[in-house]
Ligand binder design. Structure first.
Ligand SMILES: [Zn+2]
Length: 623
């Protein structure tokens, strides 16, 4: 027992020495009890009588109130010399403490956000996994620091020193620089609470790779429980992409170090979504664990998007983001810029560097346009939506930032190329805006359109006012004609199909099944699908989810009118427990398909159209 008290003595003397201005957090990752981790905070000195200890209600990049305080329990505060500290919980995230000047330590338990937990209120809103935290004892700790560590209101500009005791062979992957790695313990220091929130940390037995792009060291960290994807594969995929992004940004990446943290999930996620969240020096991904080749383009698209956030909002942002208030967040009007322009650039850069071809870029953009007018309100002002995005009735429009937001980016780029004789595009505009502003200089929401107009043309100002700030739909036909594309609202075509029933995914069997016959076409009627049928093969080739894209591409490339088509399915028997294998057969025939929002390249482009098209694609165009 002496041993214990000896260690405690050293412990106290150490903490006494350092407890002053900084926050010192202690976490033991070896101890996970009921999916919870205990946290000890040696607090900085507080020079006031009452203070609020807060967990964020929202963090940048999520555009949704998550109330991370919901995952905290058992909070105790210890006073200096045994002074009793009064604790009043004033909302889901905030503990009001007094006398604050006497606070010495705080202890609490944190539950992770990735699994269901039985704490009050945690079920009412599921946190999108890339913004949350995962504790998997002995396997993986994906830590979004804001869901584990709190701050005192008015004291966020202090050093945060995190000490992690860790399982054997575990290493932290993060974009942070100030790390002391030990055998059983690591110490990570961060400049202030904003930097802390900006820095997810993933602990596991590492599978990592590094890439050097120009002057930037890039870390790729990959947790794939069934080893389907490796850091090596991702780094090879991302290397080509990052070179394209470097070229797109003018030859250099604007950071010295960057970390891509990937968690691949073998089942489905609690939120039902997958994706990523961006930070200044890292991005954190939670994606399904499929076979690596089938994931490759998705990896490129999502990584390109997150990485381009280093341009905006990280280097071009409004005051609402620059001075982000974690517990009373204010929204900026310009989500079209932060998310839309980023999404557009992620695809445009891939086309400019020939990772994808221009047809793919245009297809993606037209699909986005189609989704935006089908699923969202096309006459709601984008700046209004952005400003009010936290309100429940407006939040439904949020995902349109990735659809219409990206199309706004493309329209703006084409218009700029047209007005500047091909010399100036959104790449130049974003560069000019980040020079004018930057990481530590925010713009005023109400002045951004004027700023952009001053850097470019009056026509750009009026485009933004009408179609981004205003309620007038995008002038697609007019803009696409500037690069020689004819836009039609609706046309007909005759195409092959696989019958067009509505499919859904069966989690248990991992197969697609027929959910409804509502949209079935004549070929589907010939095949005689029934609700519940699960897809196995088409003409002997697998229709498993991971192979379906490849199989169907081959099918459409080789099928001819009059061919016999065999679709092998599993049909559930009456007891719904067993399945019977059945071959559905029909003779291939083309089905009349109505397509909306289609584009076609005009045959004889004018010199002006050729110039704009060439400048926009960055490629030589044969006429
Ligand atoms: Zn984004």
């Amino acid at each position: 027992m002496r041993k214990t008290s000896f260690i405690l003595l050293i412990y106290f003397s150490l903490t006494k020495l350092s407890a002053d201005e900084s926050y010192r957090y202690f976490v033991n990752l070896n101890k996970v009890i009921n999916d919870k981790v205990s946290v000890l905070l040696i607090t900085p000195n507080i020079n006031q009588e009452v203070v609020d200890f807060c967990f964020p209600s929202m963090v940048p990049g999520t555009y949704e109130i998550y109330d991370f305080g919901r995952f905290i329990s058992n909070l105790n505060v210890l006073g200096k010399n045994k002074t009793k500290i009064k604790i009043v919980k004033i909302d889901k995230n905030t503990y009001r403490l007094s006398p604050a000047s006497q606070i010495e330590k705080i202890t609490y338990d944190v539950d992770d956000t990735w699994d269901e937990c039985n704490l009050k209120d945690t079920k009412e809103k599921i946190i999108f996994e890339p913004g949350g935290t995962n504790f998997e004892k002995g396997k993986n700790f994906s830590i979004n620091t804001h869901s584990m560590f709190g701050y005192f209101k008015g004291y966020s500009n202090r050093d945060f020193i995190l000490e992690f005791e860790k399982p054997k062979d575990f290493f932290p992957s993060t974009g942070l620089n100030n790390i002391n790695i030990g055998i059983n313990k690591d110490v990570i220091s961060v400049f202030d609470y904003h930097d802390l929130v900006d820095s997810p940390i993933m602990y596991f037995i590492p599978d990592t790779a590094t890439i050097k792009i120009a002057k930037t060291n890039v870390l790729v960290s990959c947790y794939s429980p069934n080893k389907k994807i490796t850091a090596k594969f991702i780094s090879e995929t991302l290397k080509e992409l990052l070179i394209a992004q470097k070229d797109y940004l003018g030859g250099e990446l604007p950071v010295e170090k960057y970390a891509f943290l990937f968690y691949f999930m073998s089942g489905s996620s609690l939120s039902g979504s997958s994706g990523a969240l961006e930070h200044s020096y890292s991005s954190f991904y939670v994606l399904p664990e499929y076979d690596s080749l089938s994931m490759q383009q998705q990896l490129r698209d999502v990584a390109a998007h997150e990485f381009f956030h280093i341009v905006t909002p990280l280097n071009i942002h409004a005051k609402e983001i620059g001075d982000f208030d974690f517990n009373n967040p204010q929204m900026s009007e310009h989500l079209w810029l932060y998310e839309g322009m980023t999404e557009y650039a992620a695809h445009h850069a891939q086309a400019k560097s020939k990772i994808i071809d221009i047809d793919q870029l245009l297809n993606t953009m037209m699909q986005k346009y189609q989704t935006s007018i089908k699923e969202y309100n096309d006459t709601m002002s984008f700046t209004y939506m952005s400003k009010h995005v936290l309100e429940e009735k407006i939040h439904k429009q949020y995902n349109n930032v990735y659809e219409k937001g990206a199309v706004i980016g493309m329209c703006l780029d084409i218009l700029l190329r047209d007005l500047s004789e091909g010399k100036y595009g959104t790449q130049n505009l974003m560069k000019d805006l980040s020079l004018k502003y930057g990481k530590n200089k925010s713009f005023n929401d109400s002045e951004l359109f004027k700023d952009i107009e001053n850097l470019t043309f009056p026509e750009i100002g009026s485009f933004l006012k009408k179609h981004v700030g205003g309620t007038i739909p995008l002038p697609m036909s007019e803009i696409l004609s500037k690069i020689g594309l004819e836009f039609s609202k609706e046309n007909f075509n005759y195409e092959f199909s696989i019958g067009n029933p509505d499919f859904n995914y069966n989690e248990k069997t991992k197969r697609l099944y027929v959910e409804s016959l509502y949209n079935i076409d004549d070929f589907g009627i010939d095949l005689n699908y029934m609700i519940g049928d699960e897809l196995l093969k088409i003409n002997g080739k697998s229709l498993e989810v991971e192979k379906i894209k490849e199989t169907l591409t081959d099918y459409y490339a080789s099928i001819k009118e009059g061919d016999k088509v065999i679709i092998e399915i599993l049909r559930p028997e009456k007891n719904n427990k067993n399945y019977k294998t059945i071959e559905l057969t029909a003779i291939a025939k083309k089905i009349k398909v109505t397509r909306e929002n289609q584009i076609n390249l005009i045959k004889n482009l004018t010199a002006k159209q050729t110039q704009t098209l060439k400048a926009w694609t960055g490629l030589e165009i044969g006429n």
